[in-house]
Design a protein around this ligand. Structure first.
Ligand SMILES: Cc1cc2nc3c(=O)[nH]c(=O)nc-3n(C[C@H](O)[C@H](O)[C@H](O)COP(=O)(O)OP(=O)(O)OC[C@H]3O[C@@H](n4cnc5c(N)ncnc54)[C@H](O)[C@@H]3O)c2cc1C
Length: 458
């Protein structure tokens, strides 16, 4: 079967899922070298046409001369959200760093800058961001477009740290939206799924720099988690649970806490029945921890502790797939118990699960919109068919919690169900019409999952 024919067939079989690239990629990877793939290598983008503008003016000129295009950040999404069959606009040259606005406590940066490139610079000025994701290699605008998050029951996702945006619209107009002056449109535009235009500049809220110490505990009994979930998830500034679901314990609890001391923080003798690790560990205990951020209570700047992985270690690609589901925080224990029933299904396909807490927010397309949330994440092996069988199962099991998937990861929830779980979806579609009336930024992902089907086509 020819490559394109194969993709079409696979897509037809999987209509309504975000998984067709999983099947197409292995064929494409073998045959075409010049094509562009995502970080995980499971998706070959549907065009090789890619531009890297350096200024908002250049972005505007490209948009004006294009019928269809999509912005592309650091390519860390696992599904087709960033894909285009016409043209990609890479933001890798949009990395300008503006000066700090000391009155507003903000900094404006190019949308393509990676968090890791910005953090040290901020720290050296005595400043910090409120939180970071598990790795610092992702672009600021790309992460915020998909509501990327770290952990911490009181920490909103990274998009909540945005106070203003420069957006180049479908008409090529350069406009500014800010939390202070455009509240409604702004709340709709931060988690934009790449569907409103190209974010050329992002203004980020700043806080005074802070130091964090990280302690890991091993083997937390599930029963303790059930009985003390809130206490555990609020036991630090940022808390992550890692488990392979294969025992009645959570394998690891990573607690990242703010400290004013320059001396190592000593762990508790035991933490709800879990024991302190006696060395740095990787979330998968068999793997060397050399790429992980420092643990054992040793204090360090926020940007060297809040991510799990070091910026200096640059993974160029990863043989993995990811899926992640958000449930209301008060339903998290029930959801975790449901996932435990999938132990056998997970045994051969899972690398590791991470469970994190995220505060509620006001951003229309955020999975945490008006909902304090817990995200249950799966790092899966690149075993396409088995993953395809697993995702609908877990989605069905968690459907009673109106589970919302991570926008940048794999999911198979039907478009109608997905849309019903976003109260402001219609408003977001109106925003798409306003800023992109010619539908230049609509790709297959946006058309099939975000835009409600017209009554005739139901
Ligand atoms: C190893 C790994 C670890 C991860 N860890 C986490 C984690 O801890 N927490 C979490 O929530 N997620 C995590 N993710 C997911 C990741 O944060 C998201 O996929 C995020 O979108 C990546 O940003 P990007 O720049 O690579 O986006 P891309 O994949 O390049 O693009 C994502 C979307 O953003 C749009 N976009 C990008 N730039 C712009 C722009 N300038 N203007 C308008 N639209 C734009 C694209 O069109 C696309 O729709 C992880 C992913 C990987 C591979």
């Amino acid at each position: 079967m020819k490559k394109r024919q194969f993709i079409k067939t696979a897509s037809a079989l999987l209509t309504g899922t975000a998984l067709s690239p999983l099947i197409s990629c292995s064929e494409e990877k073998k045959t075409v070298n010049e094509n562009i793939t995502n970080w995980a290598g499971n998706l070959t983008y549907s065009t090789t046409k890619i531009d890297s503008p350096k200024t908002s003016g250049e972005v505007s000129a490209i948009i004006k001369s294009s019928k269809k295009l999509r912005a592309l950040g650091t390519r860390h999404c696992f599904n087709t959200i960033a894909d285009s069959d016409a043209r990609l606009l890479s933001t890798n040259e949009l990395t300008e760093v503006g000066s700090v606005d000391e009155r507003a406590n903000t900094i404006t940066v190019g949308g393509g800058i990676r968090y890791g490139e910005l953090c040290e610079l901020l720290h050296n000025k005595g400043l910090a961001l409120h939180n970071l994701a598990s790795l610092p290699h992702i672009s600021v605008a790309g992460a915020c477009a998909t509501a990327t998050h770290g952990s911490g029951a009181n920490n909103g996702n990274l998009s909540t740290g945005v106070s203003a945006l420069e957006l180049v619209t479908g008409a090529g107009d350069v406009i500014n939206l800010s939390r202070a002056t455009d509240q409604d449109a702004f709340n709709g535009a931060v988690v934009n799924l790449g569907a409103l235009g190209v974010i050329t500049k992002v203004t980020l809220d700043l806080v005074p720099t802070f130091f964090v110490a990280q302690i890991v505990y091993l083997n937390l009994p599930i029963q303790q988690l059930e009985e003390h979930f809130d206490e555990i998830m609020t036991s630090g500034y940022s808390v992550s649970l890692f488990t392979d679901w294969q025992s009645d314990s959570i394998n690891q609890v990573w607690i990242k806490d703010v400290t004013a001391s320059d001396k190592p923080i000593l762990p508790k003798k035991e933490f709800f029945g879990a024991q302190p690790a006696d060395r740095n560990v990787h979330p998968i205990i068999e793997i060397s921890a050399e790429n992980c951020t420092e643990q054992m209570g040793v204090p360090g700047p926020w940007y060297e502790r809040l991510p799990h992985f070091k910026m200096g270690f640059t993974p160029s690609s990863g043989e993995e797939l990811q899926a992640e589901y958000f449930v209301p925080r008060d339903k998290a224990v029930a959801a975790i118990k449901k996932v435990m029933t999938l132990r056998e299904d997970l045994k051969s396909i899972l690398f590791i699960t991470e469970i994190r807490a995220i505060a509620a927010d006001e951003l229309w397309m955020s999975p945490c919109y008006h909902q304090p949330s817990v995200a249950i994440h799966f790092t899966l092996k690149q075993q396409t068919e088995a993953v395809l069988r697993f995702l609908p199962k877990v989605e069905e099991l968690l459907s009673e919690f109106n589970v919302r998937p991570h926008w940048g990861k794999l999911f198979t929830i039907s478009p109608a169900t997905l849309q019903s779980r976003y109260q402001r979806l219609d408003d977001f579609v109106q925003l798409m019409k306003k800023y992109d009336p010619e539908e230049k930024f609509r790709n297959e992902f946006i058309n099939s999952r975000i835009v409600p089907a017209s009554p005739q086509s139901i």
